[in-house]
Design a protein around this ligand. Structure first.
Ligand code: GLN
Length: 487
């Protein structure tokens, strides 16, 4: 059921918030041992809030927009009094003294935060396999990964363990797992949503966004978390539109651009390509005009990202020094040795690799050759998008070159793992809003994701096109039955 359907039942008193959350908690208990999508289940607080909401309803108070809706939170968002681990041994016992802006807004809107979900360590990865607390499995096929880094949040929604969830997207970490798990995932415009309380990975790229089972649900969650926040100076001080405001307006006459470079990819699975092109033609039936556009620098996104993101990460992760936060090595007796021993002991391999690459790229002798060059290419990628949006309203690509891969498929080959984000990274580099939604299934009955990219701050139009596609395509109504996919 969708958020609005649950809301109707809750308002009419056909179901209570407590009953609803208990049902979800029960399902988490019975199913999640197998999937490992939750690191922590917030049973007590969620139930206490549910009771409060039920009392308010009985007292005749009007219910806030997400009243009673069970929502899961990626464990790189700070939650007061509850552990925030980033799936890292470095923060395995870290309890944040404050609440992130987005989770505070969800609580205030009546949502029930049912737990914290698994991720790649510090959100670095594309499969959830770099988590220090075990991999999350894909509910469609438990031999496969759910994608990453927000794999726990995506799997939890797909398996019906919560109505919606939050993830973060630095290079594709909401959209790629959404695609692998057959759910909707939205990365807003950079600055649309506050990053305060999101543990920083690459600050010029990170953005929080929702996972949901429909575009409308994703819009409902975005509506609550979006908007200016004086605690985050990169958060935009602009009015928040009604994101679902254009759902019913016809899209006839809109121009949808197919990025040529995406469809020419060598590694693009032919079934994925076919399914995404079929989706484009379904949009054509609604009266949109399909136009091929070229973004010549699109394929330089990966190389650019893997200089910029590790550079920012190496600076952001410098704070984990054994003094200020989390773990500390007890073996050494001087500061430098203690710091390096703590970091070697508590960071996983992928995180260490990123710190090394970033430190190298930022060092005096290499700064111009790597970091500065990457920033220049980033500007060219932004210009490609600017030019494309002179001709079209929305861009369309596959979300990921493949469907969910098997666990271990990219073991010992970080480069092949990085290629998984080839199609999602450019939107982060340019700060654009982008959404992934299911558009079909491959021969193994694994979901395929369609990506739509909008111009800066044009979430409303992006969601309009996505919603209308979802309505005519009906992809999920006739879904195959995965291992843990509710019927
Ligand atoms: N997979 C990409 C990376 O490893 C993106 C991660 C993300 O968006 N957080 O960096």
């Amino acid at each position: 059921m969708s958020i609005s359907e649950w809301r109707k039942k809750l308002v009419l008193g056909e179901v209570s918030s407590l009953e609803l959350v208990e049902e979800y908690l029960l399902r988490i208990k019975s199913v999640d041992q197998k999937l490992n999508s939750f690191l922590f289940v917030n049973e007590e607080k969620a139930k206490a809030r549910a009771k409060q909401i039920d009392e308010e309803r009985s007292a005749g108070k009007s219910l806030p927009p997400l009243a009673g809706i069970p929502i899961a939170i990626k464990d790189n968002l700070c939650t007061k009094g509850i552990k925030t681990t980033c799936s890292s041994n470095m923060l395995s016992n870290f309890v944040s003294p404050y609440e992130s802006t987005v989770t505070q807004r969800l609580w205030d809107a009546g949502a029930l935060l049912v737990g914290k979900t698994n991720l790649d360590e510090f959100a670095m990865g594309s499969s959830t396999e770099t988590s220090a607390f075990g991999t999350t499995l894909n509910p469609w096929d438990i031999e496969r990964v759910p994608g990453g880094s927000s794999g726990g949040s995506a799997a939890a929604v797909a398996a019906g363990l919560c109505v919606a969830s939050l993830g973060s997207d630095t290079g594709g970490s909401i959209r790629q797992p959404a695609s692998f798990c057959g759910v909707v995932g939205l990365k807003p415009t950079y600055g649309r949503v506050s990053r305060w309380g999101l543990v920083a990975f690459a600050s010029s790229l990170d953005q929080v966004g929702p996972f949901a089972r429909s575009v409308a649900d994703a819009a409902d969650v975005l509506q609550v978390i979006a908007g200016n926040d004086t605690k985050d100076s990169t958060c935009l001080d602009l009015p928040v539109p009604n994101f679902a405001g254009s759902f019913e307006k016809p899209i006839r006459g809109l121009k949808v651009g197919l990025i040529k470079e995406c469809f020419d990819q060598e590694g693009l699975d032919q079934e994925v390509k076919k399914s995404v092109l079929r989706a484009a033609h379904q949009l054509e039936e609604l009266g949109v005009e399909l136009i091929e556009v070229s973004c010549p620098r699109f394929n330089d996104g990966i190389a650019t990202y893997y200089v910029i993101a590790p550079s920012e990460a190496s600076a952001n992760l410098a704070r984990y020094d054994g003094v200020k936060y989390g773990s500390r090595s007890e073996e050494e007796d001087n500061l430098v040795a203690m710091t390096s021993s703590t970091r070697a002991m508590s960071f996983g391999q992928e995180v260490q690799r990123r710190i090394l690459i970033g430190t190298y790229a930022l060092s005096a002798g290499y700064f111009d050759a790597y970091y500065k060059k990457a920033q220049q290419v980033r500007t060219l990628i932004c210009r490609d998008f600017e030019n494309a949006f002179k001709k079209v309203d929305v861009l369309l690509t596959p979300t990921s070159p493949t469907t969910a891969f098997k666990a271990g498929a990219h073991e010992n080959n970080p480069l092949s793992m990085y290629l998984s984000d080839l199609l999602t990274i450019p939107a982060n580099l340019a700060g654009l809003p982008a959404i992934s939604l299911p558009c079909g299934f491959d021969h193994s009955e694994l979901p395929i994701g369609l990506q739509l990219i909008g111009n800066v701050l044009e979430e409303e139009r992006l969601l309009q096109v996505a919603h209308q596609y979802e309505q005519i395509s009906n992809v999920m109504k006739n879904r195959p039955k995965g291992d843990f996919i509710p019927g």
